[in-house]
Design a protein around this ligand. Structure first.
Ligand SMILES: Cc1cc2nc3c(=O)[nH]c(=O)nc-3n(C[C@H](O)[C@H](O)[C@H](O)COP(=O)(O)OP(=O)(O)OC[C@H]3O[C@@H](n4cnc5c(N)ncnc54)[C@H](O)[C@@H]3O)c2cc1C
Length: 274
């Protein structure tokens, strides 16, 4: 449970972090809240030669109403997202999901950008952001690009981020006044989701995102298609596990996860008024 030796660099701004990544390349890992990286390092599943501590980079910690789009700095902590008046007004689904991450200690250290970049398929934040149709602003030596939440994670703990790129901002189109639902099943109160479902209505469309039903967070495409053709919540939710490949592990069998996906999707759709 002791990490392999590493060098420590403190970077208190985007520029300092970019310079450190430029110098150390794929030998380096960013440390944001440390709530996922440090456990991996202690298990020696991650052995970076250099840890670049960006936890005090305040230029990347903010919530702004950017004219119909909510702009959230990558280093904004879960607790600040959960209690932000702007997030509550424009994306209440995200505020709720942030408030359901782990326990208060985790929410006061962990960051939304760290959760997105870590790309754990059971994480609450990326699931809510997928349903909300968010996009992620990525910056590196080659410039800045914006990647949709749907295209960001490429596999279990894998993303499109290059080793010298930072996730700098999360952009969420405002869903002010729109209905939503979030259902998370856990064995114990503060656990990661065995399965979670995020539902976001926007105009006549309904997005449904699933946590822990595959190697990435994913959309319940068959449920969305059924809703678009006029199905009610129960009928649409019956398709929630179609096209998914949930894992079997100590918390649940794959079949139980499929069952949870259907049940939780129905509940989340009902909560969203479908
Ligand atoms: C006990 C416990 C319970 C938890 N329960 C939950 C839960 O119920 N739901 C849930 O969703 N999460 C849960 N988490 C995880 C938590 O949400 C973490 O905060 C999150 O996964 C990672 O965020 P972080 O800021 O701590 O990132 P870190 O651990 O610092 O970093 C994670 C990874 O992302 C990279 N990274 C971080 N920031 C950036 C960036 N801006 N640009 C590029 N790469 C970056 C790092 O290099 C690292 O590879 C739990 C964690 C713990 C310890």
């Amino acid at each position: 449970m002791i990490p392999a030796p590493f060098d420590y660099v403190r970077a208190d701004s985007y520029d300092a972090a970019a310079a450190a990544l430029g110098e150390h390349g794929d030998e380096a890992k960013l440390l944001a809240g440390g709530q996922s990286l440090l456990p991996l390092m202690k298990l020696r599943l991650a052995t970076p030669a250099v840890v670049v501590d960006v936890s005090r980079a305040r230029d990347l910690a903010y919530v702004r109403d950017d004219g119909g789009v909510l702009a959230i700095g990558a280093l904004t902590r879960h607790c600040d997202v959960a209690r932000s008046a702007d997030v509550t007004a424009h994306a209440p689904l995200l505020a709720h999901a942030a408030g359901s991450v782990g326990d208060p200690q985790v929410r006061h250290r962990g960051t939304v950008g760290g959760s997105v970049a870590h790309a754990d398929p059971s994480a609450d934040i990326p699931t809510a952001l997928l349903a909300l149709g968010a996009s992620y602003v990525v910056r590196g030596p080659g410039g800045t690009r914006e990647v949709s939440a749907a295209d960001f994670s490429t596999g279990f703990l894998e993303t499109v981020l290059a080793p010298d790129e930072l996730l700098v901002e999360i952009r969420v189109p405002s869903a002010r006044g729109e209905a939503w639902g979030y259902e998370k099943f856990t064995r114990r109160a503060i656990d990661w989701a065995t399965v979670a479902v995020a539902v976001q209505k926007r105009g006549g469309e309904t997005s449904v995102a699933l946590a822990n039903m595959g190697s990435t967070v994913l959309r319940a495409a068959a449920t969305e298609a059924a809703l678009a053709s006029g199905a009610g919540a129960a009928d649409a939710a019956a398709h929630a596990d179609e096209g998914t490949e949930p894992a079997a592990d100590v918390t649940a069998s794959a079949e139980f996860r499929r069952h949870l996906a259907r049940v939780l999707t129905k509940r989340a759709l009902v909560a969203a008024g479908r």
